[in-house]
Design a protein around this ligand. Structure first.
Ligand code: MRU
Length: 362
């Protein structure tokens, strides 16, 4: 997608194949700063500390972490150690494990001298596939937006949560891909963007992205969604996901579940954009089985923002020493989900449909 009319991706490999360059998402929307990552340890830090974030982007970045490892030591032991390190960087989004498993399947059978090039090729393939997958999710999701546009006057009103945009992927985004494609097709689309406390991915990232693309949008406090739905101001909810179980339970950014409940109560369709790399067929019960990342209490008690003097500062919201809990994700049960928009089409959040979708696919 474009930033100031220049094509940009949040992750790209350097031509010399000895480093990757990422957008440091901690600094957006106030500063667009690139960071060069030249070691698996640097990749680990960038994922753990959320310089890069979003399930598909985490997976692709970790794949390059394995390629960087191959410059140092390609032995089975070293590769396993680095894979374990990267795997530990964030626990919830399964794309991370998916990408590392895929890298292991490529590298394990190869002799040492072939591993470096094969690792870069495999990481490039994961990144490029992500772009194609998200473009296809956009085409399938576009049909849903076209159907809304055909049956009512005025803008198609979409509510989204967190950032499932191009910053969270290698390009297009998942939940935003249908929106970008609808906008490009001339459909009048307007997006309600949940701020997404505590890290405010909606307020800092999704809003920034939509503004760059010229898509009309309005930022709302997380608590506003139910009210908007009661007033008939939301035609559909469209969110991303970090892990989806075999029976269609969806784990996504904390607060997603509350939006799904409000959507259900108000008869608003609730769609999840899901690349199949986010599907974890080994799990069924999302609530019981998906590990939920618990992040620092400081993300709840403090906020970052732009001060009047142009500096980005941190301010404290709560009394010093306040105990705070910070579960980063929640699980929306399959029964609340109208459909999963995958690269292969829109499918119900049901086990039989998901197993059929993945039959004969890796
Ligand atoms: O903690 P984050 O910012 O990595 O969480 C991201 C989300 O929850 C996204 O909605 C999800 O990864 C889908 S990204 C296409």
């Amino acid at each position: 997608m474009n930033v100031h009319d220049q094509a940009m991706r949040p992750l790209r490999a350097e031509a010399g194949r000895d480093a990757v360059v990422v957008i440091d998402q901690r600094l957006l929307p106030h500063r667009l700063q690139l960071q060069r990552l030249a070691s698996p340890q640097a990749v680990f830090t960038a994922i753990r500390d959320m310089w890069v974030r979003g399930a598909p982007l985490i997976g692709a970045t970790a794949a390059y972490g394995m390629a960087l490892q191959c410059h140092v030591d390609v032995s089975d032991g070293a590769l396993a150690e680095t894979a374990a390190l990267l795997r530990s960087s964030r626990p919830t989004a399964v794309n991370l494990m998916w990408a590392l498993d895929r890298m292991a399947r490529v590298l394990a059978p190869l002799p040492a001298e072939q591993r470096l090039q094969a690792a870069w090729d495999a990481a490039d393939a994961i990144a490029e596939e992500d772009v194609q997958v998200n473009a296809r999710i956009g085409q399938h999701g576009l049909v849903l937006l076209q159907a809304v546009a055909a049956r009512k006057p005025g803008p198609v009103q979409v509510l989204t949560h967190c950032n499932a945009g191009w910053l969270a992927t290698v390009d297009w985004g998942t939940a935003t891909s249908p929106i970008y494609q609808a906008h490009a097709a001339g459909i009048d689309v307007h997006v309600w963007v949940d701020e997404t406390r505590p890290r405010n991915q909606g307020a800092s990232l999704t809003v920034w992205e939509l503004a760059q693309a010229g898509v009309p949008h309005t930022l709302v406090a997380d608590n506003a969604g139910g009210h908007l739905m009661q007033r008939g101001l939301v035609d559909l909810c469209l969110v991303g996901c970090d892990r989806v179980t075999a029976r269609g339970d969806v784990c996504n950014k904390i607060g997603t579940y509350l939006k799904a409940l409000a959507a259900h109560d108000n008869g608003v369709p609730f769609y999840v954009a899901m690349p199949t790399s986010t599907l974890d067929l080994a799990l069924t019960d999302g609530l019981a089985q998906i590990p939920i990342e618990e992040r620092s209490a400081r993300e709840v008690t403090h906020l970052h923002g732009l001060a009047a003097d142009g500096e980005v500062v941190e301010v404290c919201l709560a009394p010093q020493g306040t105990a705070a809990a910070n579960p980063a994700f929640d699980v929306t049960p399959a029964r609340l989900i109208s459909g999963l928009i995958t690269e292969h089409g829109v499918v119900p959040a049901q086990e039989a449909a998901l197993r059929e979708l993945m039959k004969d696919r890796v």
